[in-house]
Every structure is written in C-alpha cells, then in structure tokens.
Design a protein around this ligand. Structure first.
Ligand code: SAH
Ligand code: SF4
Length: 359
C-alpha cells in the first residue's frame, strides 16, 4: 500500500485544458493561437509525452508569458494512488482515485524481457458478460483519453518503469468509448511523443461490430483482439449479451474484413474457457471452422474465478486437449497464464475493489 500520491495528471472535471489528452496537432494549434513559435510546440509535446512532465513551471525553454498562460489554463488536479499491490509473480495492480471519486485499475505484467500494461478504458462496463467481475459494476462512466494516459504516467512514476506493450484489456469495453480510446491510441503511438509501436498496442473488444469497421476506416494504429468465448450463438447469447446485437456470423465477417483491409494482419482471438459451457471438443471443432481460413492466433484463457460465480475453470487436461486439437488444425494457440491471481489482477477480476463506486 502506498501513501496517497498527488500528481498533476488527473482528469479535470471542468473545461480546462488537459495537456496529456492532446494530440500533437492540437498542441501545435494551441501554440499558433497563442502566437508561439512551432518549435515551442515540439518542446511542449516532448515535455508532456517524452518526459512525462506536466508541471508547467518546470518545462524548460518556453516563453515566460506562454508558461504563465498555460499554468492558468491547465488546472492541475490531484489523483490519488489508493493502492499498489504486488503479486508473487511480479504482477502489480494499481488503483487510482480520480477527483470525482471514480476508481481506475491498471496492471503491470512483467515477462522475461518486457513489461506489459493493461489499461482500463471505462469505469465499469455495460456489456454484462456473465463470466466477468467488471460487468457487475455496470457502466459508471467513460474514461477520457487523458485518464488513460494518466494510468501510464502514474504507474510509471510509482514503479519507475515504463511498459513496452499496452493492452486495452482492463476494465471496460474500448469500442463502447470509441472517440476517447482512438484519441488515446493516436497519442501513445505518436512518434514525436510516447512512440509506442502500433504493433505493441492491442485493443480487445467483446465484438462491437461498427467499432471494428471504424477502426478499419480510420486506420487506427493498433492491433485488434476479439473475445470470442463461444462457438455457437445460443451459448454466446447467454454468456455475452452483446452477441444478441452482433451475432457470431456478423462479428466474424467484420474480423474477416479487418484482416483483408490490413492485408492479412493477424487478429488475436481470445477464448475464456468455462467448464461445461464452451470447453468441449465439439467447441474446438466449431472454433476451427470459424477461424481456420483467417490466420488468427488464439489465446485460451482458463476462467479466473471470483466470489459468487457459478462458473468454473476447466481441468488442465481439458484445456490441454482443447489446445491440442487447435494446434493439430494448424492454429497458433497459446494458453494464457493467469497472472496476479493472488491480488485479483487477472483477466476478468478487476472491479476497483476499494472503490466507493460500488452500488
Ligand atoms: N472488454 C474487452 C476488454 C476487457 S476484458 C473485452 O471483453 O475484450 C479482457 C479479456 O478478459 C477478454 O478477453 C475477456 O473475455 C477476458 N475475461 C473476462 N473475464 C474473465 C475471467 N473471469 N477469466 C478469464 N478471462 C476473462
Ligand atoms: Fe466488459 Fe470485457 Fe468484462 Fe465483457 S469481458 S463485461 S466486455 S470488460
């Protein structure tokens, strides 16, 4: 547990500027409006996104008047680190409380040679998937791009580490908050700023089909992951209500169109395995039929349990037989290790537990 930390990177609730939610083109425009040289836009952008310095008074080399103006226009608001828990496996879960009392969770997941950060895109989620604890919160509110950037900055400030990969797999459905999420993706991948490679940013969706088509149209610079989780509409309707709106055939058409639009780019298919629900060999066959012409990678996620759930995780043998069948069909299949189970940081376990958002 850390002591509350104040940092000038929270989400103002007023209409004041949030520098860390601005695209470079907007920072340039802001400088033009203030009759400030373009080189200062570069400097300001680098200070924010490369040095993570949001303390205007300490940004070197900007004209005094401009700094003064910025300090007045950008009202720094404190976000507090409410908890910082470390798992035995090195996974670290941070809980941040924003000024309006909303709590946001983000997770650092270290592997041998890189750090991945799992970003939340909403407070709660409206999608209602039966196997996911976040669903129980309902949607409390959308997160702004600045609040997604804040998760990176705050966790880096506390841990001293910047991630190499970003996965939008925390609380929330990214395509249900498309505008702010796309702004975030463009900010983090801007080569003049944080410069994450688009190959190292992955957006995971439960299957909001129009959002997938927007990603194609707007060439959103990131990877796509789709949480399929079932191989027939009756089962998917039951565990993922979004399927009633965008059934499997419609979703898989969108995935096919995405792959074609990006010239055979690999899409990640996530599949949460629930004992007796979607873990049979008949499911494996149907899954193969859905994806074997698409060149997708599959991540199998054995269900991570939480309190008051009737779902169970399949046995290791069931998972291994399921995987074996997919591998035999030539599909690249990875069983995703559950990381951070002991601190409830694994997939589907995020619920901002110390939150005052609970009903
Ligand atoms: N809303 C997005 C991203 C967040 S969920 C989505 O649904 O894709 C991230 C991943 O965790 C999804 O693949 C989801 O299916 C999976 N997940 C949710 N609850 C889980 C649980 N209890 N055990 C294992 N994986 C879970
Ligand atoms: Fe929302 Fe994803 Fe959880 Fe479904 S699995 S409730 S879409 S966060």
């Amino acid at each position: 547990m850390t002591s509350p930390l104040s940092i000038v990177s929270a989400e103002p609730q007023t209409s004041t500027l949030q520098l860390h939610g601005m695209l470079f083109s907007e920072i340039e425009q802001l400088c033009r409006d203030q009759q400030i040289k373009p080189s200062h836009a570069e400097r300001l952008n680098a200070a924010i996104y490369r040095h993570r310095n949001l303390d205007i008074a300490h940004i070197e080399g900007l004209p005094h008047n401009f700094r003064h103006w910025l300090a007045q226009q950008t009202q720094p608001i404190a976000a507090q680190a409410i908890s910082d828990q470390q798992s035995q496996d090195g996974t670290r879960k941070f809980l941040f409380r924003m000024e309006d009392g909303s709590d946001i969770e983000t997770v650092h997941i270290p592997t041998a040679n890189r750090l991945t950060q799992c970003i939340s895109t909403q407070v709660g989620c409206a999608m209602g998937c039966g196997f996911c604890l976040t669903a129980q919160l309902g949607l409390k509110r959308q997160l702004r791009a600045a609040e997604m950037v804040s998760q990176i900055f705050l966790a880096a400030q506390i841990s001293g580490q910047m991630p190499r990969n970003l996965v939008l797999m925390g609380m929330g459905e990214p395509l249900h908050n498309y505008d702010e999420v796309s702004r975030f993706v463009r900010i983090v991948t801007d080569p003049k700023g944080m410069a994450f490679s688009p190959r190292r940013v992955t957006l995971s969706t439960s299957g909001i089909v129009p959002g997938i088509y927007r990603m194609i149209e707007e060439r959103l610079p990131c990877n796509l992951a789709v949480s399929l989780n079932a191989t027939d509409d009756a089962t998917r309707d039951q565990i993922m209500p979004i399927n009633r709106k965008y059934p499997l055939a419609t979703l898989m058409r969108a995935v096919t169109d995405y792959i074609a639009a990006y010239d055979h780019k690999r899409v990640l298919i996530e599949y949460v395995m629930l004992q007796g629900v979607n873990d049979s060999l008949a499911d494996a066959e149907r899954l193969i039929a859905w994806i074997n012409h698409l060149g997708c990678t599959i991540n199998l996620l054995p269900f991570n349990a939480f309190h008051d759930t009737a779902y169970k995780s399949p046995s290791i043998e069931t998972v291994s037989q399921f995987r074996q069948r997919l591998v035999e069909a030539g599909i690249v299949t990875v069983v995703r290790e559950s990381r951070g189970m002991d601190i409830s940081a694994a997939c589907g376990q995020l619920q901002a537990e110390n939150s005052n958002n609970r009903d």
